[in-house]
Design a protein around this ligand. Sequence first.
Ligand code: SF4
Length: 364
Amino acid sequence: MSLKLLDEFHDPKLCRGLLDRLHSLVDREFRFMEVCGTHTVAIFQSGLRSLLPEQVVHLSGPGCPVCVTHESEVNAFIDLAERDDVVVATFGDLMRVPGSRGRSLKKAQADGARVEVVYSPPDALKLAADNPDKTVVFLGVGFETTAPTVAGTLLMAREQGLTNFRVLSFHKLVPPALGALMADPEVRIDAFIMPGHVSAIIGVEPYRAVADQFGKSSAVTGFEPADILGSLVYLVERWKEGKPAAANLYPRVVRDGGNAKARAVMDQVFQTTDALWRGLGMIPNSGLELRPEFEQFDAKKWFGLEIEECPALPGCRCGDVLKGKLRPDQCPLFKKACTPANPVGPCMVSTEGSCAAYFKYSMD
Ligand code: SF4
């Protein structure tokens, strides 16, 4: 992608034209959800939020990987990290996410647990090779974007004959979460901006079901101002026509059919399972677990882990924020007990979390 081409998506004249079109179209409340946390941040960073028509209500969704990782899952990460025979390997954004016992991996690490931040799943293989007397467990969180790389890493581990490498898979799938959101009668959404990164893997087809079953339009879009404005114009036009549809408005990155090769690797290693989502609860077939052929790499089976649903963090309203029922600044703890320096919930921890985005950018 050349910088020149990217500049075109910031072009003031183009953005002004799209904004004018949007203002001319919207004549009543229009509630859109951006599923992905990166879109939340992009909307704030670009200054678009203050330029949108007043009737456009902007909701954040369940698309921040660490925000939807359930408290019980975080507890399981910490329990593993505290074992003497384990080295936990994780992406850095999971470090400060609290479990239900007021502890995080960061706190466990400070108390002596061996927790290593890695930049990619294959880095965890090197850790395993360097620590033959320990079991290295990679914490598998995230959506369809991350799962293929973790699957590829497991194939590499098998090829290398590593016997001390495991994955604790709490990967989640976006389409079932959209279905769960739509099934909640308290959730009011007119249309969706779909995540660019996840869609690069799954394509546009799953979103057609959202249009057909729930009558809600979706647009897969990029992260530049013209991307976002163009998608909003598209969504409002479909909404006014009363013709729900799904479109790929990000063809410079996303193919309509997604990435078949990445899905094949993911399918080779993982199978779907029911999964616990923070705030959304148990959603059938919304998670990924290792297939029986890979059970020697499955940390859940190896350590006999039982993941039981624990209560939500007291006072934290992340669940309602992730469902678009509550704006972050409507949480009683926002900017008081809960700040990025002292986060109560994961939505304030992650750079993709909507509470953190509101804290950093919102002037409301
Ligand atoms: Fe949870 Fe803090 Fe967000 Fe409130 S402001 S929902 S406590 S993360």
